[in-house]
Design a binder for this molecule. Structure first.
Ligand code: SF4
Ligand code: ZN
Ligand code: ZN
Length: 308
């Protein structure tokens, strides 16, 4: 029987990259220390700093919310109801069980339609529209609530898969955005941080499971069954088995070399409609809602969070 490195009781987790066997309790401690170490290594948050987390109800965002709170940060939880019927109802249930007084915003209440309807109206993929909506709402929430940083739930597997995909498609500008943080710009954009960037998807799952977080097991009805990212994650998991530590080494090298990737030509500016950050005259959310609904809705979303 394998024993926990710390207490010598029965181990339940083997972490090859760290050459560690751990019991449930010491895995939870290990995970929290690793996230605290990541925050310190990349200077993501100051002690007691306020941070906003978009909690979807999935394992990554609930783990992120829980671990940041356990580490003593002042965490503001924002949940977006995307209007995906039963899936959205279960997601909100999970969030309400973990966060006290989350700020809950229904996309349907604000825009008069769900994220999926917005995608159909603009002939775009649901996930791509969903990404635009989530990014805009979370940034607007942070700016209006005066929270300087938004924490994203991307884990090590996500970031390695995004980086390899961007390399394969030669979208090198996107690689420059995959680091642990971006700086806030006063009144325009919250800084974005990734405290889970050095823990794997499996570790996030185990943390959520061992700490009893009620994350939703069901998948979003619009999640693509097949995608390059999912394929890459499978291949990376296979390689990690024979080369433990490969993903972490890749991510750390990537962070070191981020400056070498192109950052995009267009200077950042203010959206003419909502006044938030944009790389063009009109931000992608205002342009999306203008096309789908005949009216840019960015300013409306800002007003909503100002009231909150
Ligand atoms: Fe949005 Fe669902 Fe796609 Fe995730 S899988 S981006 S929640 S539509
Ligand atoms: Zn132990
Ligand atoms: Zn705008």
């Amino acid at each position: 029987m394998a024993k926990c490195r710390v207490c010598h009781e029965k181990a339940v987790v083997k972490l090859d990259y760290a050459r560690l066997w751990l019991c449930e309790k010491h895995f939870v401690e290990f995970f929290e220390k690793r996230v605290a170490g990541t925050i310190e290594r990349y200077d993501l948050l100051k002690e007691d700093e306020q941070v906003l987390v978009g909690v979807s109800g999935g394992k990554d965002s609930l783990s992120l919310f829980h671990v940041l709170r356990r580490l003593g940060y002042d965490v503001v939880a924002v949940h977006l109801d995307l209007g995906f019927s039963e899936f959205s109802r279960q997601s909100l249930d999970a969030v309400n069980q973990v966060a006290r007084n989350p700020i809950v915003v229904s996309v349907h209440d604000v825009l008069g339609c769900s994220v999926a309807e917005l995608a159909w109206k603009t002939h775009r993929k649901v996930c791509s529209v969903c990404g635009t909506v989530k990014r805009f709402f979370l940034n607007a929430a942070a700016v209006e609530l005066g929270v300087r940083k938004v924490a994203l739930g991307h884990n090590l597997d996500d970031l390695c898969a995004y980086a390899i995909k961007s390399f394969l498609t030669q979208d090198l500008t996107y690689i420059s955005k995959l680091g642990p943080s971006t700086e806030p710009i006063d009144g325009l954009a919250a800084g974005r941080i990734r405290p889970l960037c050095e823990v794997s998807e499996k570790e996030c799952f185990l943390y959520a499971f061992f700490t009893g977080l009620p994350f939703i097991k069901e998948e979003c009805p619009y999640r693509p069954r097949k995608s390059l990212e999912l394929e890459l994650k499978k291949h990376l998991a296979f390689l990690e088995d024979s080369h433990p530590g490969l993903k972490l080494a890749l991510f750390r090298k990537l962070v070191k070399n981020l400056h070498a990737y192109p950052r995009g030509e267009e200077p950042l500016t203010k959206c003419a409609y909502c006044g938030l950050i944009s790389s063009r005259n009109i931000c992608s959310f205002c342009s999306l809602t203008k096309k789908a609904l005949g009216k840019p809705m960015g300013a409306e979303v800002r007003r909503l969070f100002r009231k909150a």
